[in-house]
Design a binder for this molecule. Sequence first.
Ligand SMILES: [Cu+2]
Length: 161
Amino acid sequence: MTTMRVGIYERAWMWAAGVLIVLFLAMLGYAAVAQGLRPPSHIETIDPRAVFDDPRFANPGVTAGPDGRVIVTSLAMTFAFQPAEIRVPANRPVSFGLTSSDVQHGFQIVGTNANTMVIPGYVSEFTTVFKRAGEYLIVCNEYCGVGHHLMSSKLIVEAAP
Ligand SMILES: [Cu+2]
């Protein structure tokens, strides 16, 4: 019986690759647990042609959930978000529900970890907490047509009284 001989360089590269895998998994774990990053859900479906008649999106805006949660529904369309201004309290969970009436859009609240694709036919959902009061810019970050660069809205986070 012969023992397998692994050269010193091959051994070093195997260790390097192993360390990289562990490092990437650790970064993934840190982003998911410490930074609260998670993939957006696109579980709920909706007919994009009937979005304006859908009770979930008939009156997009801010409402209060039964458990005290803040619920924001917003509609993305070429080339605007409805509503144009969203007001939420700081330091409370805010759940977003978003959909598109036409093409694929993005919904990114600049300077926060809120960022999701908005895909026609699906309701994108995520929950986040805004710790700093202030005014935030919301932009579409998926190219959606000639007016893409004009597509934005505003988030106002109000400090608790
Ligand atoms: Cu766009």
